[in-house]
Write a protein that binds this ligand. Structure first.
Ligand code: A2P
Length: 274
């Protein structure tokens, strides 16, 4: 299992988790049960992944007590707004088949819709009601987070952002660190291909006798981020969790993220996903 991080609300979060996009219910159920049994203690889902039912069943089938597993899900764009968020959360909880969610995130800011602050007020209430342990955001820029803080006085505990060696997010991470907002990385392996085949990554992997995936995940951990690699394959799941006895030096760290930044996913300022 991975070491933990303490969030700004006092709760603790594992230092690495399982991504579940794109898995359907059946695949997610198998993959999550197997990952939790293998030592994963953080599982990431979203209403828009359409696999919350499978994720919930996988957690309950893992053989590990529910309260030892951190379950994350996310509010979809179509449900932004105060009342809509409360209803959407109930629907997520029902699909998950759980009594509470550990971490609830606003999936995208949708600044042109302009309702993420209303959603945030609802999330603050969900946390106060105890049905959500921690609240956070995903794909929020410094500007969106500033607005939450200004208008509600409550900072998110987590910002889950696209982060990998092709898009290391150094500036945003500095801002988040200064505010005490923990960073989780989605697509930490850059969705495979280019990142894992990168000559700089391969060189470091060879020097340590580890795989490219392990080196990239270690780069996240040493950068202070919580990576959420996705795999349903038991061997890869174990490989991806086994990065806590590996140490990269400053030069290796720098060599891994030495590219011109290149996003693979949507730009939070414009991306509209409902
Ligand atoms: P698969 O799901 O077939 O195991 P990301 O987490 O950045 O979205 O990347 C996920 C992609 O990386 C998936 O295609 C996944 O393949 C692949 N992947 C996950 N873990 C490993 C690993 N240890 N080695 C190689 N590829 C991996």
């Amino acid at each position: 299992t991975a070491p933990v991080q303490t969030l700004n609300d006092g709760t603790v979060l594992p230092g690495l988790g399982l991504g579940t996009y794109p898995m359907d219910d059946a695949e997610a159920e198998r993959a999550v049960a197997q990952a939790v049994a293998a030592g994963y203690r953080l599982v990431d889902s979203a209403a828009n992944y359409r696999n919350e039912a499978g994720v919930g069943r996988g957690v309950l089938a893992s053989g590990v007590p529910r309260e030892e597993v951190v379950v994350t899900t996310k509010l979809p764009g179509r449900d932004h707004g105060y009342r809509e968020t409360l209803r959407s959360f109930d629907e997520s909880l029902k699909r998950l088949g759980l009594e509470y969610v550990d971490l609830y995130l606003i999936h995208w800011p949708l600044p042109r819709v302009g309702r993420y602050v209303d959603s945030w007020r609802a999330m603050i209430e969900l946390r106060e009601a105890g049905v959500v342990r921690s609240i956070g955001v995903s794909n929020f820029t410094a500007e969106h987070i500033d607005r939450l803080e200004r208008e509600t006085g409550v900072l998110p505990s987590v910002d889950q952002i696209e982060m990998h060696p092709l898009f290391p997010q150094a500036e945003l991470r500095e801002v988040l660190a200064a505010k005490g907002v923990a960073v989780q990385s989605w697509s930490p392996l850059g969705r495979g291909s280019d990142v894992l085949g990168d000559p700089a990554v391969k060189k470091v992997a060879l020097a340590h006798g580890r795989t490219a995936a392990q080196v990239v995940l270690r780069w996240h951990v040493q950068s202070g981020a919580v990576p959420l690699p996705k795999s349903a394959d038991p061997r890869r799941q174990r490989e991806n969790l086994d990065v806590f006895d590996l140490h990269l030096d400053a030069q290796e760290m720098a060599s891994i993220a030495g590219h011109t930044p290149h996003r693979l996913g949507g730009d939070p300022r414009y991306h509209e996903e409902f």
